[in-house]
Design a protein around this ligand. Structure first.
Ligand SMILES: [Zn+2]
Length: 135
């Protein structure tokens, strides 16, 4: 119970980061890093090479682009041409994702998904709270 109060979350200036066109996974990683979390990146030994793997928290984080992973949000729109190709390709991605998450959970990992469109200060602060509960 002890030191929850001292563990305040170090925040970041999202607009500044955004303006530099930083990739979503870089934003999440640097946020975690500045808050004292240590992790591995894209570890090939695990299904789908999780963007962030936190062994201490037994947690794998996948950071998903809304288009490539077919997020149910306004960022996802079917391409107007080569429709069959895209349907096939993106549905395969989606099925593969599901398979990876299942395999990870089966081996005892917590799986967290962060969508590109949800990356903001509030989501990241929540992420840290969730991680601390997994310890
Ligand atoms: Zn989205």
């Amino acid at each position: 119970m002890a030191d929850n109060h001292s563990k305040e979350v170090r925040s970041m200036n999202m607009s500044h980061i955004r303006s530099e066109n930083t990739k979503p996974e870089v934003i999440v990683r640097s946020f975690l890093h500045r808050n004292g979390f240590r992790f591995r990146k894209n570890d090939k030994r695990y299904p789908g090479k999780p963007d962030i793997l936190l062994p201490k928290y037994k947690t794998a984080i996948y950071i998903n682009g809304c288009f490539w992973h077919m997020h149910n949000c306004k960022n996802f729109v079917w391409p107007k041409s080569n429709t069959d190709y895209w349907i096939n390709k993106l549905k395969n991605n989606k099925n593969r994702d599901k398979k990876y998450y299942k395999q990870m959970k089966k081996s005892g990992w917590n799986v967290m998904i962060i969508w590109e469109c949800q990356i903001n200060e509030r989501r990241l602060v929540k992420l840290i709270k969730e991680l601390r509960m997994n310890r």
